[in-house]
Design a protein around this ligand. Sequence first.
Ligand code: CAP
Ligand code: MG
Length: 432
Amino acid sequence: MGFEWYEEFVKEGYIPSDNELIAVFKVKPAEGQTLKDAAGRIASESSVGTWTTLSTLTPKAREIMAKAYYLSKDGLVKVAYPIELFELGSIPQLFSSVLGNIFGMKAIDKLRVLDIRFPEKYVRSFKGPSHGIKGVREKLKVYKRPVLATVPKPKVGMTPEEYGKAAYEILAGGMDLVKDDENLTSLPFCKFEDRAKAVMKAIDKAEKETGERKGWLANITAETNEMIKRLKLVADYGNGFIMVDILTTGFAALQTIRNLAEDYGLAIHAHRAFHAAFTRLSEHGVTFYLIAKIARLAGVDHIHIGTNVGKMETDLKELRATEEVITKEEFEPGDDITKVRQKWYGLKPVFPVASGGLHPGVLPELIDFMGSDIIIQVGGGVTGHPDGPMAGGKAVRQALEAYYSGTPLEEYAMTHKELRKAMEKWGKIRPE
Ligand code: CAP
Ligand code: MG
């Protein structure tokens, strides 16, 4: 129509410069709309445009218009964005532009943001992880095998004393970290500071008994000023880690916390609760792969990415790519046209966390697929052991001993009671 100018945002064949941000979309136009109509709207609405032509259009606005430069017949659209469209160092503004209004446009029936290539200038405007994989391994003095964590279950419902007792048993049994669950923050029957006191006592006792370094993934998730208070309290107690539910706190809060955590020498464990609300549907939303890349920019040290054997829905190809893109210095998409090459310009790697429905019987398959440079969280698979959490921790360590000595679990279980009892209860089931 005469008042529209969306087609000015479509420049097929345009070759983006290295300094532009490139977004990859999967687009299903609404009834009566073409892919070109939809692509023009995406590039317009996520950069400088609106639904009608403007007499107020400035030369600068025209200069930084985004360009939909690649449209494929099966609905793949790539858009190039001049870097001046973005506030360097600000993740909220990235969401407000490329991950904002476009999801709600009538002309687009379904939209999924598959990947974003962040150019060098943008990547370098973030500090990234303060510890990275090496720094976390150094904190725990665990260098070769996966780092092990357990959430005391029930996920919520224990008093600080009960929680402290569970934490001691888990750590004395052999786990390196005790992790608060995603919805355990500061509750009437388990206030954050009371839990901190109980867990630190447990850590102290377990370290003395095992001679191993132990830690607490302290879930500080709350309003930002409260998170700052809890972060400082955790550091005062001498713990080396905090945990943040990064999608429920939001990236603005995470960026604040990230900088303070570095000042206090704390590594950040990122829990991704809420992600599946917008990552799971294959036709609409955002890939978790992209969320994980953004989390690396934001500077988390660990992030849950799914598993090949657990209870959470996981696409194996995506799992592999996600693990690679958060750990490698340079990601090459190979023949995967839905992803773009990404360099990290020295940003530290993020520890992949495998979690959800894990128990000793599935650990060999897990490590075969994800490798050893991971954090393995085993919640119910430790605290649900027939002989209790300490035996559960021992069973996990025995499963790893078996794996790294090349001994089948069943054989190792014959001479290791805790592993045998775990195998009797769960075998090698993959929980759903
Ligand atoms: C796992 C868990 C984690 C999930 C999150 C839970 O407990 O503590 O939050 O792993 O999923 O609450 O379910 P279990 P993801 O070990 O007892 O299953 O890791 O996919 O983000
Ligand atoms: Mg949990």
